[in-house]
Ligand binder design. Structure first.
Ligand code: ZN
Length: 295
């Protein structure tokens, strides 16, 4: 009886954790001034949700459509920079969570952009978030299902004009979380750009005995190996807080060296996130073992 109570309590707790993590925070919908990061890469997201615009002579690439209600804000940011929203030819995402992809249906409809998504995230995108191992049953995490135009695989490249992006499968946070890399040119120099998909273990994520995602811990390990192997000069990510976007933006306005060129910041971020993952994994293994020992 006690065990049943314990399981019921745990289930309730997990439900609340999932619901809490599925809630948006005010910074997600707070506008942020669009700006040039480096070369042909621009920031067109909100304060809390990053979107990137890559400008080529053959049209625009947008990374992350964010929330459904973010779309007018992204559009305004693109136009403020002097580009045409309708010139978006390719739409990419960091991963299949609503805060990075719920706006995709509207953007596809408004621009006719080709939607390209990593293999392992495609079933969720085409089912509007249904089937996600953590949030599949959380209604506020669902979004409009969208047909994917091109299924990407690890190492695939996306080309438009003179711009080449490489899709790196960095799973764990979702099964198809994608880290994008490209090369930005400035004053005759080339810079390796990394847009981190997400290294985070969300509240309520089960790293041990996860029936819906048995290889989750292995995938996180693999993801950290990939992130550590990528050469990085310009450090970006799916949320501005991964790389201190606001502070760097403020520093950039003061002039001087481009603060987004931050190879040291990238290395310490990845190391810190790996430590956080390892601590959480150790904690969950310990909890699992003591649970198993109970009568
Ligand atoms: Zn996410």
């Amino acid at each position: 009886m006690q065990k049943i109570m314990r399981i019921a309590r745990l289930a309730l707790l997990l439900m609340f954790a999932a619901a809490a993590a599925a809630q948006e925070t005010p910074d997600w919908t707070s506008p942020f001034p669009p700006f040039k990061i480096i070369g042909n890469i621009y920031y067109v997201g909100s304060q809390g949700l990053a979107s990137y615009l890559l400008v080529t002579p053959q049209g625009l690439i947008l990374i992350n459509s964010n929330l459904e209600k973010s779309v007018p804000m992204i559009r305004e940011s693109v136009e403020k920079l002097g580009f045409h929203f309708k010139d978006i030819k390719i739409l990419l995402i960091s991963h299949a969570h609503w805060d990075h992809c719920a706006g995709s249906a509207a953007i596809k409809e408004l621009t006719g952009a080709k939607y390209m998504v990593m293999d392992e995230d495609v079933p969720e995108i085409e089912a509007g978030g249904k089937g996600n191992f953590q949030y599949g049953d959380v209604l506020t995490s669902r979004y409009q299902p969208v047909k994917v135009d091109r299924v990407l695989h690890d190492g695939d490249t996306v080309r438009l004009g003179d711009t080449v992006l490489t899709a790196h499968l960095t799973p764990g946070h979702t099964k198809g979380t994608t880290t994008w890399t490209t090369v930005a040119k400035k004053d005759g120099k080339s810079y390796n750009v990394v847009i981190v998909g997400s290294p985070n273990v969300n509240a309520g994520y089960k790293l041990v005995n996860n029936e819906l995602y048995p290889q989750i811990a292995y995938d996180y390990e693999r993801m950290f190996q990939v992130l550590k192997s990528l050469p990085c000069d310009v450090f970006l990510g799916a949320h501005g807080n991964y790389y201190g976007m606001e502070a760097k933006y403020a520093r950039m306005k003061e002039g001087g060296a481009n603060p987004f060129i931050d190879p040291g910041g990238y290395k310490s971020y990845v190391a810190e996130r790996e430590q956080a993952f390892r601590a959480e994994l150790a904690k969950q293994i310990q909890e699992h073992e003591s649970e198993m020992r109970k009568p």
